[in-house]
Ligand binder design. Structure first.
Ligand code: PLP
Length: 426
């Protein structure tokens, strides 16, 4: 779709944006710092395509960094959002849509009795950590280098995504930094050592069960199981941050995928975001009754939001999750992923790590399972790969650290075009 009115091109808009916003953007990776050049300003989107203000259309493999598993403007989500607009979009009061969404989650997700909706993945993690500290009476949190858990202070140490390669954000107190213990992924000895030394002080261990913010780093089941048993032995809570993997690797997230492979894993608290809002700002955290009853007004852990469980976002999220279930889309998404995998296997010098409809392209033939997976060579070649694909009408995430997403709107023909474009690029 061409813009109806002539709109200034991306380069002009970026020059203006730099003057009025830090780095010209409202979230760092959007600035194209890892790929160079001026970021695209997107004017509209539909299905698997985005169109920029210059009127150029691209097949999108970023998909808003994950929420749009159904594609842009899916008819069911569009209808739900339009109905919500007709009914008014914010009441600051109880409404039936968050109830329906909460019932769906409590019904379907193992280990979840109660859920609280918030406005972002960051808020979900922030509140989950507060809950863990209150429930255990302890202060320290274990996280993993390369895992990204949003921008709450205690998680901005050795994080992934836009923080990859940066030791810590400025502006964080020494106290917060001391309370965060950072471990390397896939390192059994380091995990055992930190619990041996600090076990009695650790409120929670938080991990992405499928780390997907520093490349895609599927973990060994034995490693995740060891972490779960260390938490249990030392009375720490296990938090699985499924903000990116929830409803993506199957409806029950990476936890469900691992359980289907025989892993006996059950997080104490799970965090969600991205897909759960269908492209609108929603996050959530959930756990068993014993834990969730600590949350205000049931308990004394305060958590509140003016706009939480916003009816527009709740109805869009509900439509998204319901469509995933009704249309049983995971098999089709996996088939698309497998088609891409088979195509990429025929391209020398390019490899792919995939879990369902999340994938990551890398020049390395044996990618590591820790933050070293993004090598200097990868960082060097990524701008050219990104640029060559852009010229061919394909939009990848503008950073080698970010993963790519397939949606229900992508077709086999899109995949074949991507494979052909990658062959040219490599
Ligand atoms: C995206 C992400 C977050 C942060 O979510 P926001 O909605 O951007 O605040 C947290 N954890 C993980 C695993 C994520 O991928």
């Amino acid at each position: 779709m061409m813009p109806a009115m002539p709109v200034p091109g991306s380069a002009d808009l970026f020059r203006r944006a730099i003057a009025v916003s830090p780095g010209g953007v409202h979230s760092p990776v959007r600035a194209f710092g890892h790929v160079g050049g001026s970021p695209l300003f997107i004017h509209s989107a539909d299905g698997a395509r985005i169109t920029d203000t210059d009127g150029k259309t691209y097949t999108d493999y970023c998909m808003a960094f994950g929420p749009l598993i159904l594609g842009h403007r899916h008819p069911h989500v569009l209808a739900a959002a339009q109905a919500a607009l007709d009914d008014g979009w914010s009441y600051g009061a109880a409404e039936p849509w968050s109830l329906q969404l909460a019932e769906l989650l409590c019904d379907r997700i193992e280990g979840v009795d109660k859920v609280r909706f918030v406005n972002s993945g960051t808020e979900a993690v922030m509140s989950a950590l507060r809950l863990a500290r209150a429930a255990t009476g302890r202060e320290r949190i274990v996280k993993f280098a390369g895992c990204y858990h949003g921008h709450t202070d205690s998680m901005l140490i050795n994080a992934g995504s836009g923080m990859a390669g940066i030791p810590a954000s400025a502006g964080i107190t020494r106290g917060v930094a001391t309370d965060t213990l950072v471990l390397p992924l896939d390192d059994t000895a380091a995990a055992e050592a930190v619990f041996a030394e600090h076990g009695h002080e650790i409120a929670a261990l938080i991990i992405e069960p499928l780390p997907a913010n520093n490349g895609l780093l599927p973990q060994r089941i034995e490693f995740l199981s060891l972490l779960a048993s260390l938490c249990q032995t030392h009375g720490a809570l296990l938090i699985f941050d499924e903000v990116i993997s929830g409803f993506r690797c199957g409806f029950d997230g990476m936890t469900g995928t691992l359980r289907a492979k025989g892993a006996d894993l059950q997080p104490d608290i799970v965090t969600w975001g991205k897909i759960i809002g269908g492209g609108f700002p929603v996050g959530a955290f959930a756990a068993r009754d014993e834990l969730m009853n600590h949350i205000a007004p049931a308990g004394d852990v305060y958590q509140a939001d003016t706009l939480s469980a916003n009816p527009l976002a709740m109805r869009a999220g509900l439509a998204t999750l319901q469509t995933l279930l009704d249309d049983d889309l995971y098999t089709a998404l996996d088939e698309l992923g497998a088609r891409l995998e088979a195509g990429i296997a025929t391209i020398a010098g390019l490899n792919m790590v995939r879990q369902g409809s999340i994938f990551w392209l890398t020049p390395e033939s044996t990618p590591a399972r820790d933050e070293a997976a993004v090598t200097a060579q990868h960082r060097d070649v990524y701008p050219a790969l990104f640029g060559t694909l852009l010229q061919q009408g394909i939009y990848l995430p503008p950073s080698p650290y970010e993963v790519c997403f397939l949606s229900a709107a992508h077709t086999a023909a899109d995949i074949d075009k991507l494979i052909a474009a990658l062959r040219v690029a490599v």
